[in-house]
Design a protein around this ligand. Structure first.
Ligand code: AQP
Length: 331
């Protein structure tokens, strides 16, 4: 019997889970979880790279966990947990740190972007972020990592680290592949369609949260920045409309070309409302389920504890092998 392939992915608990995270990541995880051996975590250690107010941070992390469940991630099918509850992440990270060059880490686009954005807090963690991500992935011997296109460079570094380690110490890690969706790999800001929709954008009109209510979602789409002209087509000089077409296509499971045909001859105003309504309809059950989960802290804790135990068991198998390979003592 063929063993299922393994997928691993996570989201940092900062800001609020957006339509971009949903289309680029979580909705694919949900679809894949039956056919893959699936591991999904809340990347709370990654989130410490920026300053957090502790009480609010704790609440956001729990809210993200409830949103994972509300979006359809199923603890019967997948391992779901908080990264900080599985110490193997950081233990492996240290060993990988010693096999990663400062030059490679400092070349990462995200490190450069975040350093520019947070010039008063360029901490070691910010540069080390992709090495923790490599540990997240490699410790599970993952086959595929379903992420948005913004994480492609980090995935490449993970592969380089795995290959280097395997060459130096003998076959230890599976070398993973990125799994990037064909539609919706980069959902853009509704206010600046040349930039990624980001969950910590200071302007709430730039993103749609999966737990926004219907009226808010439709209002945000009505205000979305579009382009000059009136054609509803995907084209380089029409980033605003192209983004809306991609959103509608991903939400309704259609090809962008079908969406172009469906709305040919209609105005931007009508199209924006149609996209808003489609997104609001898709998110309505998520909002409802979220209210139910977030009210049941005991259930959330039980899922998280069980998930962490299962994750630690799998991770420890790799970590034991790694420690042996590098020559750390064991009795
Ligand atoms: N706009 C997007 N389109 C498609 N996929 C996206 N992802 C993120 N934004 C988009 C994917 O979601 C997963 C989680 O990514 P993350 O935790 O790095 O979150 P983020 O939204 O990318 O975070 P920001 O905006 O940079 O804010 P901070 O740093 O405050 O958390 C990944 O798979 C990502 O590809």
């Amino acid at each position: 019997m063929d063993e299922k392939k393994r997928i691993v992915s996570g989201i940092q608990p900062t800001g609020t889970i957006t339509l971009g995270n949903y289309i680029g990541a979580v909705n694919n995880w949900r679809k894949m979880q039956s056919d893959f051996d699936s591991i999904f975590f809340i990347a709370d250690l990654h989130a410490l790279t920026l300053r957090r107010e502790p009480a609010e941070f704790r609440q956001t992390a729990l809210s993200f966990f409830a949103q994972y469940l509300a979006m359809g991630l199923d603890p019967e099918k997948a391992i779901i947990y908080f990264q900080s509850q599985v110490h193997q992440h950081t233990e492996l990270q240290w060993i990988l740190n010693c096999n990663t060059y400062v030059g490679e880490a400092s070349r990462m686009t995200q490190f450069k972007d975040k350093s520019a954005k947070h010039a008063d807090n360029i901490n070691m963690g910010l540069m080390d972020y992709p090495v923790l991500m490599a540990a997240d992935i490699l410790m599970f011997q993952s086959d595929l990592v379903p992420v948005g296109v913004d994480q492609k460079q980090h995935l490449e570094l993970t592969r380089d680290i795995a290959i280097r380690f395997n060459n130096r110490y003998g076959e230890t890690f599976k070398v993973p592949e990125a799994y990037i969706p064909t539609v919706g790999a980069k959902i853009c800001s509704l206010q600046d369609p040349t930039a990624k929709m980001s969950k910590s954008d200071p302007d709430p009109n730039a993103y749609v949260a999966v737990i926004d209510d219907e009226a808010t979602i439709i209002r945000k789409f009505k205000r979305a920045v579009t382009d000059s002209g009136n054609e509803i087509v995907v084209r380089e000089d029409k980033p605003g409309v192209s983004n809306l077409i991609n959103i509608y296509a991903a939400i309704c499971d259609k090809a962008p070309s079908e969406v172009e045909k469906e709305f040919a001859g209609q105005g931007y105003g009508t199209f924006k409302i149609a996209v808003g309504e489609a997104v609001a309809a898709a998110f309505e059950p998520i909002r409802r389920e979220y209210a139910r989960y977030i009210a049941d802290k005991e259930y959330l804790a039980s899922v998280a504890k069980e998930g962490a135990q299962k994750a630690a068991y799998l991770a420890e198998k790799t970590l034991r092998k790694v420690k042996k390979r590098v020559g750390l003592i064991s009795f």
